[in-house]
Write a protein that binds this ligand. Sequence first.
Ligand code: EPZ
Length: 422
Amino acid sequence: MAYYRINGGKRLEGAVTISGAKNAALAIIPAVILSGESCLLENLPEIEDVRIVEEILTSMGAAISRTPDGSMRIDPSGINTFSVTGKMVSSMRASYYLLGALLGRYKKAEIALPGGCAIGQRPIDQHIKGMRALGADIVIQGGSVKARADKLKGAEIYLDVVSVGATINIMLAAVAAEGQTIIANAAKEPHVVDVANFLNMMGANVKGAGTDVIRIQGGRRLHGCTYAVIPDQIEAGTFMIAAAATRGDVIINNVIPTHLEAISAKLMECGVTVSEGDDGRDFFIRVSADKRPRAVNIKTLPYPGFPTDLQQPMMALLATAEGNSFIMENIFENRFNHVPELAKMGASISISSRTATVEGVERLYGAPLCASDLRAGAALVIAALAAEGESTISHIHFIDRGYEFLEQKLRALGADITRIEE
Ligand code: EPZ
């Protein structure tokens, strides 16, 4: 098991380039199955979850290779199984996208029930509701979801909960369903739009992604294509918060500023300086701070609201704010596992149901810490970078799932962070 050792109190300064979006990549890679033809995927992040999806598809018979620039060429024509179970699959939530992709392509699938972070129960009832509406028979047996359909037919589907995963999964199956499918109350996250753009690049007809009603004209023949994944909104937000927490001055390159409006606005409300521009090639956002942030209130909401994935990193910043901040986590029922760890550093945070009250303290102090999930780990890294003294963070395999070269990127910004393999 590896851990981080961080000596805090150093300002982050300089420039960092954001990698491809994890939550887009984890859906687009399985979606290649729908065309049955070879696709070239560019700007994929080098993260553990992408390696796991690559391994799963290879074990199913897909031929996957890498080009010198790291792009992934996937030829799904050799896939010879529609049953994907076992530890690898249940260890990662995004494996549920194989359900929509295999059902869409082969009209049958058996997928181990998804795992994921310890941030909540994370049911998949809306995924199943959508697949059944398209004509699939679905049973949950022995820890797996088993689906089959004689044919898939377009349907009108209203999501009871705004779900990123269900929206994307239903889209994947609907491109193979005869006729029109309407997904109402759909998620609008940037990665939902990215998946829709990829499907259209393969020849599908998906309209309205990014709004709460998505229309899919299914049954078209799909073909292979080349596609570059968008930059990661959550990685960018994580670095923006880290710059503010260390009272630094950081240029974050390769971003889409509109995807970051909620976090930019909240940081400016804290008194942090946020500006955006483009260098003729890419957009960038510059974040700088020279004093403690003002306390602010946060409510996590589906996009374009404040993203739940940045709730934990933001709490690390607000732990040393001037005043009390109230953070309401409306998306997941158990996303405060980082709080006891921040308390070890001197943070003063109390929780009542889904609201954390963060009483800002002057500073945090280094401590031995333990990451419990991906974004909790990111929050602890930010807190340790800002704290006085040395921290260690164990269980950083959670962080490896979603951040590419994190310690290298932070070191290039002046952080004193070392990865130690035990
Ligand atoms: C995706 O998870 C992301 N993961 C999460 O990112 C992200 O936090 C989440 O969307 C919200 O933006 C991936 O894309 C791999 P949801 P997902 O379905 O699809 C409930 C990270 O840190 N729900 O939008 O699982 C659910 O319990 C990870 O990168 C149902 O009730 O999220 C939750 O309360 C963490 N029934 C809410 O909806 C369902 O069938 C939103 O979940 C599906 C979801």
